[in-house]
Design a protein around this ligand. Structure first.
Ligand SMILES: NC(=O)c1ccc[n+]([C@@H]2O[C@H](COP(=O)([O-])OP(=O)(O)OC[C@H]3O[C@@H](n4cnc5c(N)ncnc54)[C@H](O)[C@@H]3O)[C@@H](O)[C@H]2O)c1
Length: 344
């Protein structure tokens, strides 16, 4: 079997973790039982480019139980759990191509390996497989029946492709499901973002000021969680209605220019870090650096929880603003260098 994981010696540890997650996924367990009987994916090849975590592992097991030939690569190199990747290979027989911290070249090599079985279905978290198929492997497009896309930013990229009439197959926006954005984005990202900040910095959150840029589904979750931990929360928004909602929810709302000197932590829950926010925070346009000593900046999501970020944070301590996210945000297809992966 074709695969690329860090260390097969981690497989047994990964299996235990997958089972632990499975214990709290009763709906998926029921679906798996049904799939075993009905075999709805018999003869179907599916390529998944998702966070290689215990939850995804259970999804892969379920698709395989339904008859699918699945291959998996990582949608974000920093969220990959190497033990889970090894367990999928050894214990589930699922070709997996993911190594935590992999560089850009390996990231795209892994996408290539994952689509090598000529998929009928694509499953994306950020639209990188769809993008790769449309730009680099057009020869495979004719096999593809359709796909799924998990996240807000991926959906934005796909809608842009659909508007330009270049999207060659239908893609279901998982993010549009109420059970996704109302729960995963709000509660999941709300918790994991704070978990990442606390693990990476070991700082006491209560009494500090956290600026949340964007009061969408993720932003609401982060703001609520961090208020519960005793922090002062400031929200910035470009949509006046969302800004008003934040006011009604009891948060201070102001432009980033005003929030920049006040915050200890800055968390971006939108995809435009490179534009408005960075300019305001870092004081381009000759205003000097607006961030205080040891201010911490991160982008929401799994990316905050990586050990690489923790190490980077430690290295950065004492030398000004600390960024927990250094990777580019997703852009609509065509506005991004083909060599830049677009992890969330
Ligand atoms: N890592 C994860 O687990 C995870 C999960 C879900 C979503 N995401 C990502 O998080 C980001 C936010 O997702 P969401 O579902 O909350 O999106 P959303 O569309 O619900 O919210 C984004 C909000 O940001 C606001 N905004 C946009 N530009 C802004 C700016 N310059 N300054 C201030 N506010 C601005 C928008 O008006 C909107 O209210 C996306 O990039 C998404 O892909 C990550």
């Amino acid at each position: 079997m074709d695969y690329d994981v860090k260390d097969m010696g981690l497989a047994d540890q990964g299996k235990l973790k997958i089972e632990w997650a499975e214990a709290t996924m009763p709906v998926l367990r029921l679906i798996r039982k049904r799939f075993e009987r009905e075999q709805p994916f018999k003869g179907i090849r599916a390529t998944a480019c998702l966070h290689v975590t215990t939850e995804t592992a259970n999804l892969m097991k379920t698709l395989k139980a339904g008859g699918a030939d699945v291959r998996l690569c990582a949608s974000n190199p920093l969220s990959t759990q190497d033990d889970v990747a090894a367990a999928l290979v050894r214990h589930e027989g699922i070709p997996t191509f993911a190594v935590k911290g992999e560089d850009n070249k390996t990231y795209y090599r892994h996408i290539e390996s994952a689509i090598a079985h000529k998929p009928h279905l694509s499953m994306d978290d950020g639209a990188d497989v769809v993008s790769h198929l449309h730009s680099k492997r057009k020869d495979l497009l004719r096999n593809v029946i359709g796909g799924t896309e998990e996240t807000t930013t991926g959906v934005i990229r796909l809608r842009s492709m659909a508007e330009k009439k270049v999207l060659k197959f239908p893609v279901i926006s998982v993010n549009d499901a109420d059970t996704k954005h109302m729960f995963d984005n709000r509660y999941g990202t709300g918790q994991s973002t704070m978990d990442g900040i606390v693990r990476a910095t070991n700082r006491l959150v209560c009494g500090s000021t956290l600026v949340v840029a964007g009061y969408g589904w993720c932003g609401r979750g982060i703001a609520t969680r961090v208020r519960g931990m005793g922090a002062n929360v400031i929200v910035t928004e470009i949509d006046p209605l969302k800004g008003l909602e934040a006011v009604m929810d009891g948060f201070r709302v102001m432009p980033m220019d005003e929030a920049a000197p006040l915050g200890d932590f800055f968390c971006h829950s939108h995809r435009q870090l490179e534009g408005y926010s960075r300019r305001a925070l870092c004081g381009h346009e000759g205003r000097g650096n607006r961030l205080q000593f040891r201010t911490l900046q991160c982008r929401a999501g799994h990316s905050c929880t990586g050990k690489a970020q923790q190490e980077k944070t430690r290295r950065a301590l004492g030398c000004g603003p600390i960024h927990l996210e250094e990777r580019p945000s997703r852009q609509p297809l065509g506005r991004r260098s083909s060599r830049e992966p677009s992890h969330r």
